[in-house]
Design a protein around this ligand. Sequence first.
Ligand code: LHQ
Length: 257
Amino acid sequence: MSETAVRWALDGAGVFRITLNRPERLNAFNQAQHEELLAALNRAERDPAARCVVITGEGRAFCAGQDLESLGDMPVGDLVRRYYNRLITRIRSLEKPVLAAVNGVAAGAGVSLALACDLIVMAESAAFIQAFVRIGLVPDSGASYFLPRLVGYHKAMELALFGDRVSAAEALALGLCNRVVPDDQFEAAVTEWAERLVRGPRSMGWIKRQLNRGLERSLEEVLALEAHLQEAAARSEDAREGIQAFVERREPRFTGR
Ligand code: LHQ
């Protein structure tokens, strides 16, 4: 389906693909792009046929963060709380894997958007820029949560204080993405991972919840959650199928139930 600022489509395999669609502004966020992206994510959550979500950008960029030319009248704190914070928590609470297909440069909150996703594939020519400091602002949209956890405090400070361009290769070495792929193989690599994800079991959503709690909670709390979710997972049709397939020495056929 085509909206103005965001396009989305659910393919026959179950891949829900969302494309930020303001290429002339390097897919920087205005209000419409925020609202349409959130609506698309909500739709992906609700639709049982959607088994995984891919977020990418139209044109040569992934996302240049906030559109600095359409800041509007809303106080910045409200803008962050109302749009960016909701977007980041929406991605992390969506109980389906979300893959960031970083086709080109990501800056400011555009990097945070990628880091909020569960898997990150970058094209070789893509880059991350912690652009906030360049314009006298502070990291937002979860950047100060994600960065030190991913790269450690001192490297996170270097990235945040200097705002230098981090190439895809450096991002991979730092643990800021999962994979870097030559530009001409990027689409195929994203599709390959998305198609693996849509064949995965119902438990993928619970795995996501567990690893997110694992980042924040104590060992005791996480152990309790694992026991609780293992019980739920074991009752799922997919777990029955997985165990049956193992016993019958064949590949499982998961349906997401
Ligand atoms: C843009 C933008 C853009 C508007 C490229 N806005 N037009 C949250 C809430 C509240 C307040 C503020 O902040 C936040 C969070 C944030 O995200 S703050 C960080 C905002 N983002 C930035 O500071 C990045 C700004 N962009 C850049 O530094 C460069 O465009 C990058 C390094 C991303 C790409 O550089 P180039 O490849 O050289 O492209 P370009 O600069 O020539 O951009 C192409 C066009 O896109 C250009 O328009 P024009 O009319 O001259 O062709 C840019 O003005 C426009 N554009 N980013 N964020």
